[in-house]
Design a protein around this ligand. Sequence first.
Ligand code: AMP
Ligand code: MG
Length: 421
Amino acid sequence: MISVEQAEEKILSYVNILEEEESSILDCLGQVLAEDVYSGITIPPLDNTAMDGYAVRSEDIRGAGQKSSRLLQVIDTVPAGFISERKLTSGTAIRIMTGAPIPEGADCVVPFEYTDEAQRKESGASDEIGILCEAEAGWNIRRAGEDIAEGSLVLRKGMALRPSEVGVLASLGCSSVKVIRRSVIAILATGDELVEVGQPLSRGKIYNSNTYSVAALVQRYGGIPKLLGIAMDSEDSLVEKLRHGLDADMLITIGGVSAGDYDIVKDVLTKEGEIAFWTVRMKPGKPLAFGRIKGSNKAGAAGYIPHLGLPGNPVSAMITFEIFAQAAIRKMMGKKNLAKPVVNAVTEDSIINRDGRRVFARVVVEKRDGQYFARLTGPQGSGILTSMSSANGLVIVSEDKARVEVGDTVQVMMLDWSEEG
Ligand code: AMP
Ligand code: MG
């Protein structure tokens, strides 16, 4: 039996970074940039006003105040998107809206609230304005290029794109960008007992939930799930179904990896490819098969597709995915930080580790008085999928620790990094 680290290392050694693709900026969220992005333009393109107000010359309003207004002649109004044709000379002002370019001759903008505009509107007069404060040159002016200079490096190759980068790309006028493509993950459930969702359930059968929790995880980590349906517990059925997934970047089967009579994934993996390992010193998730199957993908070593055989128990499938498949998918997509975030928390329950494996216990993590606390979600059976639904983290109990006591500080791998709940 190998350790969690050895298993992860092995899996990651079988997957490579995928090719680049041109992606619409609407579709690239979370993808890794495959090119340096330089700006072809200056942003903002011209000096412009940060406030609605009056563009003036600062020297014209020196000494102005609430009780000593400076009267200026209003010679134009400029909304955002237009440039005033008028040149501002001594004694004049131009009414200007946020974002509009600063008129020639002006050196600051006085916001409406420091003028007597409101009183004037009441009395109907509008060709003059009283300025009620002094200003330094440059006040409320956003300088051309203060965000981005033409020709500068704006986004670096290798960074994962977040909403702010999508906005920056749009501000440069880019409608698409070069990124590492999303990994396509084929998903095959196994088991004679499984019924597809939406179908009637007969006695002794259960719905196939794993395909859907795993597909949702694939999507969460940026991949594209390719559903291969349900294989019966026979080698022929498994081989026939998995053939449809051999053009994917990775094949995930679920179930059929433990020591039961109908657990055939290992046999198929051995016949159709190579097995790398099939048990890991962890709980849940001990029966975890990994290897490669002869396929047609470009991502793995020539002619082979990496194959991860997750255990069938719904909790085990999700936890082993979070630890191994998550890292593989993200590596393929060019991500560098492959580990889930880990925090220290005080445990509010004791946890027993009976057989020297690494335990991942489902917990609810809460922050109180600046400190994280973790309590078990309840029964830890690996068939109890609703316990995953109430958990937001997994307490990690190391192989050599037989017991964690109430009040101990433990490490918690966060599944969902949200404190809002
Ligand atoms: P296995 O690993 O195939 O022995 O399955 C272990 C347990 O997980 C059994 O109780 C199965 O019925 C259950 N199981 C396996 N696959 C699925 C699935 N796709 N959806 C829900 N439960 C499953
Ligand atoms: Mg099974």
